[in-house]
Design a protein around this ligand. Structure first.
Ligand code: IPM
Ligand code: MN
Length: 376
C-alpha cells in the first residue's frame, strides 16, 4: 500500500518536542488503520539558519516540494530577532516565503473549547454561554504582511527630511474573492452565519474587501447569512460573548491578532491547531498557530495539542482520512475527559498526578487512538 509522505519541519524552541508527539500519534493512527506514514525531516527557521546559513534552505524546499503534505512546528526565537539582515530571520526568511511558495491563502484556525477543559478558559462560565466553537479563517498571503516595505535600515527620508519606514497594505479582487469563497463554503457547511471582520471605517482595503465579499455572497452564496463587524468591536465581542461566532473571515493582520485572542479565550495558545491551504492546488502545510515558546523549550512541559490537532487537520483535509482524524480528536478529548492537563492549563482543582508532560500527553493520545471506537 502506498505511504503518505510527510515533510516534517520541527522548527525551533518547543517545535521538536511537540512534533515528536504528533508523529507518535500519527504512527498510532497508522497501526490502527493499517496506513503507512513516512517522514522526511528538514531544517526550517532558526535551526536552519544556524546549520546552513539560511532559514529556508534549498534542500528543505525540495523535501517540501516532493511531499504529499508538510507538517511544520513553530519557529523563531530571541536569538534571531536581531539578525541585521531581516531576510535571514525565521519569519521573513522562512515562514512568509513558505506561505508564498505554496500560495497558502486560506488559514483555518479552529477555536474550540472542549467541555471538559472549560475551566481552563479565563472567561467566566456565564460568558462562555453555549460554548466556544469558532472557525477563524485568515487570509494568509496578502495585505500588509506581503506589501512593499521600506525598512529602517534603508534610511529613507521623506520630503521634509524625516526618517521613515513603510508597510504597504494591498488587496486585489481575486485575492479577496478566493478567500471569501472558502469562508462562505465553510459557513454553509456548518450552517452558520459568516462574520466578516473589517476596519472599513478607516481602511480603503477594508472598504474594498467588504465590497468584494458582499458581491461573492450575493452572486454565489445568497443562502448564507453574512454579518459585518468592525475588528475592534469583534475583539470585545470575542471575550464578552464568544458563542455568537461560528465562522469568521479575517484579512491577514487582523486575523493574526484575533486568532491569538482565540487562544486567549481558550486559556492557552497550545490549544490552537491550524491548516494553511491552497484549496485550488491542494497544497498546504499544517502548523500550530503559536510561536516556539523558547522560555520553556526542552523542558517537556509544552502542550502538544496544537501540533497533534494540526496533524489531525492534515489527515482530514489533505489525505481525506476523516475517520482517522476523528479518532485523533476523540483521543485528545478523552485525555482531557479523563482529567489530564498539561501544566499551562491546570487549575487549583487539577490533582498533581493528572498534570502531564509533553511526552505523557502524546503517550495518552496515542494509547487512546488505539482504543477509541470509530464508525464509518
Ligand atoms: C502566526 C505567526 C506568524 C504570523 C509570524 C511568526 C510571522 O504569528 O502564524 O500567526 O504573523 O503570521
Ligand atoms: Mn500570530
Amino acid at each position: 500500500m502506498a505511504a503518505y509522505n510527510i515533510a516534517v519541519l520541527p522548527g525551533d524552541g518547543i517545535g521538536p518536542e511537540i512534533t515528536r508527539e504528533a508523529i507518535k500519534v500519527l504512527d498510532a493512527v497508522g497501526r490502527k488503520f493499517s496506513l503507512t506514514f513516512s517522514y522526511r525531516f528538514a531544517d526550517f527557521g532558526g535551526i536552519a539558519f544556524d546549520r546552513h546559513g539560511h532559514p529556508f534552505p534549498d534542500a528543505t524546499k525540495s523535501i517540501c516540494d516532493a511531499a504529499d503534505a508538510i507538517m511544520k512546528g513553530p519557529i523563531g526565537g530571541p536569538k534571531y530577532d536581531t539578525l541585521p539582515d531581516v531576510m535571514m530571520r525565521p519569519e521573513a526568511g522562512a515562514l512568509l516565503p513558505l506561505r508564498r511558495r505554496y500560495d497558502t491563502f486560506a488559514n483555518l484556525r479552529p477555536v474550540v473549547l472542549q467541555r471538559s477543559i472549560q475551566d481552563a478558559s479565563p472567561l467566566k462560565p456565564e460568558r462562555l454561554g453555549k460554548g466556544v466553537d469558532i472557525l477563524m479563517i485568515r487570509e494568509l498571503v496578502g495585505g500588509i504582511y506581503f506589501g512593499r516595505k521600506v525598512e529602517p535600515a534603508e534610511q529613507a527620508r521623506d520630503e521634509k527630511g524625516e526618517w521613515y519606514a513603510l508597510d504597504e497594505c494591498r488587496y486585489t479582487e481575486s485575492q479577496v474573492k478566493r478567500i471569501a469563497r472558502v469562508a462562505f463554503r465553510q459557513a454553509r457547511q456548518r450552517n452558520s452565519p459568516l462574520h466578516n471582520i473589517h476596519k472599513a471605517n478607516v481602511l480603503a482595503t477594508s472598504r474594498f474587501w467588504n465590497l468584494i465579499v458582499q458581491d461573492v455572497q450575493k452572486t454565489e452564496f445568497p443562502g448564507v447569512e453574512m454579518r459585518n463587524m468592525l475588528v475592534d468591536s469583534a475583539a470585545t465581542a470575542l471575550v464578552t460573548n464568544p458563542s455568537q461566532f461560528g465562522v469568521m473571515l479575517l484579512e491577514n493582520m487582523q486575523g493574526d491578532i484575533l486568532t491569538d485572542e482565540g487562544g486567549g479565550i481558550l486559556g492557552s495558545l497550545g490549544l490552537m491547531p491550524s491548516a494553511c491551504l491552497n484549496p485550488e492546488t491542494g497544497r498546504g502545510y499544517y502548523e500550530p498557530a503559536h510561536g516556539s515558546a523558547p522560555d520553556i523549550a526542552g523542558q517537556n512541559t509544552a502542550n502538544p495539542y496544537s501540533q497533534i490537532g494540526s496533524a489531525a487537520m492534515m489527515l482530514a483535509i489533505r489525505f481525506g482520512l476523516q475517520r482517522e482524524a476523528d479518532a485523533v480528536w476523540a483521543a485528545m478529548l478523552k485525555v482531557f475527559g479523563d482529567g489530564y492537563r498539561t501544566g499551562e492549563i491546570k487549575t487549583p482543582n487539577t490533582p498533581l498526578e493528572k498534570i502531564v508532560s509533553t511526552s505523557q500527553f502524546g503517550d495518552l493520545v496515542a494509547e487512546n487512538v488505539s482504543r477509541v471506537e470509530v464508525g464509518r
